[in-house]
Write a protein that binds this ligand. Structure first.
Ligand code: SF4
Length: 154
């Protein structure tokens, strides 16, 4: 590690992780209540990372929730990626394994069919809350690409 590299976030207590997971879920629930027209019909276009060249950035709190949601499916690790798609996209069913707990970026993405991206001003307060969760967890490096974020909490 370079002398200038940041140290990894310290291990958080169980209570801190529990509080982080609850707040991330609350942020997602508040997002669902925003009066922004959305129509995600699970086309899964946004899950095709290699094809689109776009991957959601995810905070540490969100990665912890995604990892917990994955464990709830009986898996310890995401399945291998197929054709460069998000590994959370089940190759058998074509559905997201963690849809109820999918990251913020998967909910506010660019998908034209779902209504295009959210305006940042419409969700800035929620982004700040996700940042506050990470600060409470001792993570100050900002969001990471989804798979890197998952690796960091595995
Ligand atoms: S977490 Fe789910 S919704 Fe998000 S990119 Fe992966 S498969 Fe798609």
């Amino acid at each position: 590690m370079s002398r200038f590299a940041r140290k990894p976030a310290p291990a958080a207590s169980r209570d801190a992780v529990r509080a982080a997971l609850a707040e991330v879920r609350a942020v997602y629930a508040d997002l669902d209540r925003r009066p922004v027209e959305r129509a995600c019909t699970r086309l899964t276009e946004c899950c095709q990372f290699k094809r689109t060249g776009l991957t959601p950035s995810v905070t540490r709190g969100e990665a912890l929730l995604a990892a917990q949601a994955l464990r709830a499916t009986g898996r310890k690790q995401p399945p291998p990626s197929v054709n460069g798609a998000c590994p959370m996209l089940d190759a058998l069913t074509g559905k997201c394994l963690i849809y109820a707990d999918r990251p913020f970026g998967c909910r506010t993405h660019f998908c034209p069919a779902a209504g295009g991206p959210y305006a940042r001003r419409d969700v800035l307060d929620l982004i700040r809350r996700l940042e506050a969760v990470d600060a409470a967890l001792g993570e100050h490096d900002g969001p990471k690409p989804f798979l890197a974020a998952l690796d960091a909490v595995s």
